[in-house]
Design a protein around this ligand. Structure first.
Ligand code: SIN
Length: 296
């Protein structure tokens, strides 16, 4: 609905139910909205879950401030949107949870490249809910990019070619032996030993969002390694171009965290990157991913 004439015509609560206590305010032209008037730690009524889901679909990523919920409340919230997705290679005591930790002196962080999450899976997660538990006074922001806009701004010629293509997604750069060096320099660890086996999936380069029906680009720096039926050498120039194209500033928004802030992103139509600019600081986040379906 975002940026359609119908959307602009609607006033007040940016097109949402005027009786809902939740307000929805876009934060950038491309994607992203801040929601207020909701306590995510509560057992939410169905109407509030429906408003949150609609805002997610409309804006790609939604943000909340001043939230305070524990691990069990976090799981309950995630389950309102689907099954919990267990991260296959990040090491965590509770398989439903990933704690993303940067300690002072870490030289590498989780999410330091533009990516959609765990796209090497045959059914990548539909989204993730991330809460800031302890964040620095400045820095450590997260950027998001709309892959709807990245697709829609392509030429008809490029859209036509990409429409018939599949890309290969692997976790070989972010887990297993290929990630050992990176892992030594960051606090949150991946599986890098013999317990890791590569996961490889082919997904359409242009996927159709299963709920909005809109098309979006679906390639990213962390996981996409080439095009199906193309050599690595043939794939690289187009893949590099597409990945950079997808991050153009006009497709993005930037989120400034406070302790208690929450981001909920739609992993099917957005990419994100954690900005690594607070080397002296501690930054602790808790994330739960929500299961998704096979891209088509
Ligand atoms: C992630 O990539 O999920 C982490 C994002 C962040 O820590 O800001």
């Amino acid at each position: 609905m975002r940026e359609t004439p119908e959307y602009r015509r609607q006033c007040g609560n940016h097109g949402y139910d005027m009786l809902s206590p939740i307000t929805v305010k876009p934060i950038a032209g491309a994607l992203g909205a801040e929601l207020s008037g909701v306590d995510l730690g509560a057992d939410l009524p169905d109407e509030e879950v429906a408003t949150i889901r609609q805002a997610l679909l409309d804006h790609g990523v939604i943000f909340f401030h001043d939230q305070d919920f524990d691990t069990e409340q976090h799981k309950r919230l995630a389950r309102r949107f689907g099954d919990i997705f267990n991260h296959p290679f990040l090491i965590s005591e509770d398989p439903d949870i990933v704690t993303i930790v940067r300690n002072p002196g870490d030289k590498r962080i989780v999410g330091e490249d533009w990516h959609s999450d765990t796209t090497m899976m045959p059914e990548p997660p539909m989204g993730a809910i991330l809460i800031a538990l302890d964040v620095p006074d400045y820095g450590g922001d997260t950027l998001f990019a709309s892959q709807y806009l990245a697709y829609e701004a392509l030429s008809d010629g490029m859209k036509g070619m990409l429409g018939g293509m599949k890309a290969l997604h692997s976790d070989r750069a972010v887990a297993g032996p290929g990630a050992r060096e990176r892992d030594q320099h960051r606090s949150t660890k991946s599986r890098t030993g013999s317990e890791w086996v590569e996961t490889l999936s082919a997904h359409p380069v242009v996927r159709t969002h299963p709920e909005t029906g809109r098309k979006c680009l679906f390639v990213n720096h962390s996981y996409t390694v080439g095009f199906e039926g193309w050599t690595e050498e043939e794939s690289k120039p187009l893949l590099d171009w597409l990945m950079e194209w997808g991050n153009r500033p006009e497709f993005t928004c930037r989120f400034r965290w406070r302790t208690g802030s929450v981001a909920f992103w739609d992993n099917r139509c957005t990419k994100h990157i954690a900005v690594d600019d607070v080397h002296h600081a501690k930054r602790i986040m808790r994330r739960i991913q929500v299961a998704g379906d096979r891209p088509y």
